[in-house]
Design a protein around this ligand. Sequence first.
Ligand SMILES: NC(=O)c1ccc[n+]([C@@H]2O[C@H](COP(=O)([O-])OP(=O)(O)OC[C@H]3O[C@@H](n4cnc5c(N)ncnc54)[C@H](OP(=O)(O)O)[C@@H]3O)[C@@H](O)[C@H]2O)c1
Length: 436
Amino acid sequence: MNGVHELVRVVLPTQFGEFRVTAFEVQPGLVYLALAKGELADGGPVLTRLHSECLTGDALGSLRCDCGIQLRRALRRISAEGRGVLLYATGHEGRGIGLVNKLRAYVEQDEGADTVDANLRLGLPIDGRRYDEAAGVLRELGVTSVWLLTNNPDKVRGLRHAGITVEGTEPLRTAAHSRNVDYLRTKEQRLGHLDTAGEELDAAPSAPPDAVRLIGEVVPPPDRPYVVLKYAQTLDGRIATAGGDSKWISGEEERALSHALRAACDAVMVGVGTVLRDDPQLNVRLVPGASPLRVVLDSTLRTPSDALLLDGEPVTLLLTTERASEDDRKRVQEAGAGVRVLPPGPGGVDLAAALRELRASGVRSLLVEGGAQVITSLLSAGLVDRVVVGTAPKIIGAGKEAVGDLGVARVTDGIALSNRSVHLTADDVVTAWDVG
Ligand SMILES: NC(=O)c1ccc[n+]([C@@H]2O[C@H](COP(=O)([O-])OP(=O)(O)OC[C@H]3O[C@@H](n4cnc5c(N)ncnc54)[C@H](OP(=O)(O)O)[C@@H]3O)[C@@H](O)[C@H]2O)c1
């Protein structure tokens, strides 16, 4: 008499391991999928994620929300635990308003509403989800007590109200993106997510997230992305030794912060000198977040076919010039890169054209991670909005300077910085400034 009934059971192998999938009809035409691992009904709280369907986030990788990253983190967590269940709740799309209404709410958000007011403007509930159906599915699975993977106290309240014992919670934190930080803030401030009040949710992380605070306010001009320059330097201003070694100038926490900065931006860019010297992956590994588009300034396509940044899921674009041979264009395209041929400029690729190309393809925020020549070119051309520098407690003497000759004769002619942010990591001091 649960009101739910089982339709089919099947084994589903996933990139997170094998799950037993059971489909339950919870209302006519409405189906929940339970992805289970281990023995659930043998007593003891079951690690559980009640995941609200989000086609755009879960399947399409949308950065307007954090759903896809939470879904994958939850499956990974349950698989690592070896016992647990993820309930995938269809009908919960857009907090229960449905896919098309959710897209309409996005239009309202683009016009200035937050995620709560957008629903209200459309005459829709702020949150139309109910949790008694999920409780019914859990009971069918023999689960009466859970340890819930959530940031949302409503889910805790809803399941408890429906008779499930929630023994405790584990938050699913994600690295904020400049595209979803307002949404995450609204969830915290207006929907009480990660709020300890009245519930046993864990303490909230510091808000706003530091990486997003460090990149400043993303306001791209019409003809280029908002550009954030980021590098790690020694106390004496070197980004590498004279021989080019830069691993690792900064400590682990500062490097994790760099990954959070990547996760916050639409694209990350380096010069081909950095690719040849360091062979970076330029993806997000040290924090739970999405990897941005990877971009290399490479006027003759010297990027090797086996460069690590040509591997993996994120798209890599090589910005080049007519000086690159046809053979090399074919070679890197076969290795999976996108190639854009742009006009030449001082230093290699014309920077204004490169940034225009990126903006036209939808890049609003660009993190530039070096190296020295690219940093210098961008600063010389006045194309930087924000500078984020990790300064490490090391002095190495002669080496590669972060910034080369800018033709500044008097200190008063130097590039002025304002609006300072300071962030301390275990080893390093990270400072961030607006340019101008
Ligand atoms: N500590 C850090 O945070 C950090 C970060 C990154 C790199 N690094 C270090 O920096 C070093 C690499 O720096 P780098 O100065 O040699 O190389 P880079 O700045 O990464 O790349 C420079 C190359 O990019 C190409 N390029 C294309 N268009 C350009 C433009 N408009 N302006 C400037 N360059 C353009 C040019 O090659 P083509 O003429 O072939 O196009 C140029 O030689 C390595 O030692 C690396 O370890 C340190």
